[in-house]
Design a protein around this ligand. Structure first.
Ligand code: FAD
Length: 459
């Protein structure tokens, strides 16, 4: 372990938040991340309460020669919010959310979760486009792009980002927006945690009073037919209609009918942002397809949809992740999905295809760091189970599935769905935007101080 030349007591004294070291009772809880497959032992965890705390922690790490890991919601697949022997800058206590209902903007501190944003914005009939699980951190999801139910209607999360306050590697605090440090603003929109610690995000919010949403699930035997129908049908829908395709096991508990518990299935989780009769009319033909086992569509607030999966996926499970961007769902790919869906290693294991469509395509490939604007879908394959003894089986299934699917896929993947697949894969995921990211990294973080991430080294 690196021995800091400065004493942690000095840092502890300068923070308004807590500094947790291995000797402290709360150390194991503070170092744990969402994915229990990750078991890292940092030198200390600075639970920051203010921008001044973040600056003090960065300055200390620089002086002590410590690696820094930055932690938002701690959901990252590869556990990049924590690192062995590092000083963790944990923004968890910085989770304030402020809504300006008149301007339809939402300002969020860097440690907030999406559930906190959903709740605050939802009280005003507003929502910020985000992901499908409320306990996910705003920071990591946003910095990687942000794919979710509103992507077709309003774009990625980054397409709704108006500005960010960032503490840079040298300790200075800057605002990044279309008019200030616009190069940094470009890089933050997809470039991950490479450029500094984001202490505040400001988003444009969407008016979505309610959604008609939920799963329509089919027998796994119907997966081929459903996928062939889905690949044609989804892109033809209005942007108010979104639906991601999934292979999953029907959860063993209410509201699912008992006779279907633990049954492997496939289906589409729909979200329609039209209101009332218009929503019913838009969804009626989609619900009429095939012979569903379950039609779980209901009218609900966006915040309810955004947190609907949270109870199924509590923190502390084993997760193994693989991902790809998909151009078209080919017949060959459908055969691969049919094959591997029959080999699900556990009830939590799942494959999702999220549409990269509609408003996501309105933004050009070089307009933000997120490069795969023209992809059709973002695929994620996750082996999930509570039992650590299952880790190998989860990994083997996800790897075999993705390696075969990759033969039908584009070269890169969504960085927020990747574990550690090496620098070539990161480069492929940024495509032609990689060189510009490197150049901006050279300006804002020339020593690669922030390297615990899907790393873009400076030029
Ligand atoms: C159950 C689950 C569901 C998901 N669903 C979706 C989804 O629907 N759509 C989607 O797009 N993604 C989804 N994701 C992926 C998610 O976007 C990533 O896991 C993301 O990294 C989580 O961000 P975090 O802040 O929770 O993670 P953390 O582990 O805290 O951090 C992730 C990365 O971001 C950096 N970082 C964190 N906070 C900051 C900050 N304030 N400033 C600078 N860098 C920072 C970290 O250093 C690290 O490199 C999901 C993940 C999980 C586990």
């Amino acid at each position: 372990m690196t021995t800091p030349t400065l004493s942690f007591d000095q840092l502890r004294a300068s923070l308004s938040g807590d500094l947790i070291s291995p000797a402290d009772a709360g150390y194991d809880q503070a170092r744990a991340v969402y994915n229990a497959m990750i078991d890292r032992h940092p030198a200390a965890i600075a639970r920051c309460r203010s921008v001044a705390d973040v600056k003090a922690a960065l300055e200390f790490a620089r002086g002590a020669g410590l690696t820094v890991a930055v932690r938002g919601g701690a959901h990252n697949a590869g556990g990049l919010g924590v690192w062995d022997d590092a000083l963790v800058i944990d923004l968890g206590p910085m989770n304030a959310v402020t809504v300006d209902a008149g301007q339809a903007t939402v300002t969020v501190q860097g440690g907030a979760t999406w559930a906190e944003v959903d709740q605050a914005a939802g009280a005003h009939g507003l929502t910020v486009p985000c992901g499908i699980v409320g306990s996910t951190g705003v920071a990591g999801l946003t910095l990687g792009g942000g794919i979710g139910y509103l992507s077709r209607k309003a774009g990625l999360t980054i397409d709704n980002l108006l500005g960010a306050e960032v503490v840079l590697a040298d300790g200075s605090v800057v605002t990044a927006s279309a008019t200030e440090h616009s190069d940094l603003f470009w890089a933050l929109r997809g470039g991950g945690g490479n450029f500094g610690v984001v202490t505040t995000f400001t988003f444009r919010a969407q008016h979505v009073p309610s959604v008609l949403a939920g799963p329509v699930l089919y027998s796994l035997d119907d997966a081929g037919d459903v996928l062939r129908w889905y690949r044609e049908t989804l892109p033809a829908q209005p942007r108010d209609v979104n639906g991601w395709f999934g292979i999953l096991t029907i959860p063993a508990g209410p509201p699912f009918p008992e006779e279907l518990w633990n049954r492997p299935a496939c289906g589409v989780v729909w979200c329609c942002t039209l209101q009332g009769d218009e929503a019913e009319a838009a969804m009626a033909p989609l619900r009429a397809f095939g012979k569903p086992l379950i039609d779980g569509l209901a009218t609900m607030p966006m915040a309810a949809l955004n947190t609907a999966f949270d109870p199924l996926f509590p923190a502390g499970l084993q997760w193994y992740w693989r991902a790809d961007f998909i151009g078209e769902i080919s017949d060959e790919a459908i055969a691969i999905h049919e094959k591997h869906s029959k080999l699900l290693p556990s009830a939590g294991s799942t494959m999702h295809l999220y549409p990269i469509d509609g408003a996501v395509h309105d933004v050009g490939q070089s307009d933000t760091a997120f490069a795969y604007r023209s992809a059709g879908w973002s695929a994620v394959i996750v082996g999930v189970d509570p039992d650590p003894a299952m880790a190998g089986a989860l990994r083997d299934w996800a790897v075999a599935y993705q390696e075969e699917l990759h033969t039908t896929a584009l070269s890169g993947a969504y960085i927020n769905f990747m574990m550690d697949e090496g620098s070539d894969r990161v480069r492929a995921s940024y495509g032609p935007n990689f060189a510009r990211l490197q150049q901006i990294k050279s300006v804002y973080d020339p020593t690669n101080f922030f390297h615990v991430n899907q790393n873009v080294p400076p030029k």
